[in-house]
Design a binder for this molecule. Structure first.
Ligand code: ATP
Length: 268
């Protein structure tokens, strides 16, 4: 039964280091989410800084919202519970309410934990006229459980929600997500940073000009940049196969990724 993926922090491969750009957002989230999960003792005094129980990440597709949520869980040593809305809504329609309860029960058990709700607009967005009663019940249940731990000062559970369409969220949900962060398209400098991060462990020509590449990738998201890198990485493989076909030495290694590989991808 997969209505959510649960990942132990030790098995999360994302860290803040693996995210290019988004420096401001990372810093705010460190104070707002990571620190309270790691060091609840610092936030236990007075009422001013009660732990935040919900944060919204919004922005275009492929800009790193999911990556950021995973990295936050990793950095906080929290379990990452990725709620799969589509599964929750369709396959388990009748039982959806029970599943919502199960998600929160699990989060309590595993705490510190982060419940990540991607595409929150499709789940907790404005009520549709044709909405099925089961969906309404599920939403009500989700909100009720969420409120339950919001008032429980000791609960180390946090909801991170993400959306590409923040304007579709209704009042009730926005009230529970008092802090919202834009995860926007990267600028040129951020694109260069993202490329460096993506290619960190690859065999790359030391002369590769990241800044020049970033300048060529106007309007590319982090996810687009990753795709370019994937495609570029095929060129050294093709070259090696070609060499072997032409009777070359089979013991040759793959050559490093070069500037021209990336430029070829972008021209195609
Ligand atoms: P969606 O709104 O479509 O769910 P998203 O904003 O959640 O998208 P991710 O799924 O986090 O985007 O990004 C997809 C992939 O793109 C990531 O796994 C990562 O490899 C790469 N990526 C995106 N943004 C960044 C970034 N800022 N730094 C490094 N890699 C990035």
């Amino acid at each position: 039964i997969i209505a959510c993926d649960v990942v132990n922090p030790d098995h999360i491969d994302a860290t803040f280091e693996s995210i290019g750009g988004l420096d401001g957002v990372k810093q705010s989230l460190h104070e707002l989410v990571i620190l309270p999960l790691q060091r609840p003792d610092l936030f236990a005094h007075g009422k001013l800084l009660g732990p935040q129980k919900g944060v919204l990440l919004y922005g275009p597709p492929g800009t790193g919202k999911t990556l950021l949520a995973k990295a936050i869980a990793k950095e906080s040593g929290a379990s990452f519970i990725n709620v799969k809305i589509s599964t929750l809504m369709s396959k388990w329609f009748g039982d959806a309410q029970k599943l919502v309860t199960a998600v929160f029960t699990l989060a309590y058990k595993l705490q510190p934990a982060i419940i990540f709700v991607d595409e929150v607009d499709s789940f907790l967005g404005q009520r549709r006229a044709t909405e099925h009663e089961a969906v309404t019940n599920m939403k009500t249940e989700f909100m009720a459980l969420w409120d339950g731990f919001t008032t429980d000062q000791d609960a180390r559970v946090m909801v991170l929600a993400a959306t590409n369409r923040p304007w579709e969220l209704d009042e009730a949900i926005l009230r529970r997500l008092p802090r919202a962060f834009e995860v926007g398209m990267p600028n040129e400098k951020e694109r260069a940073h993202i490329l460096r991060v993506i290619l960190k462990d690859e065999n790359v020509d030391p002369d590769l000009d990241y800044d020049k590449l970033a300048a060529l990738c106007d309007n590319y998201s982090g996810s687009d940049l990753k795709e370019i890198c994937r495609q570029a990485a095929l060129f050294p493989i093709r070259d090696l196969l070609e060499q072997e076909k032409n009777g070359g030495d089979n013991s040759q290694n793959l050559r490093p990724l070069q500037q021209s590989d990336f430029e070829k991808v972008m021209e195609s």
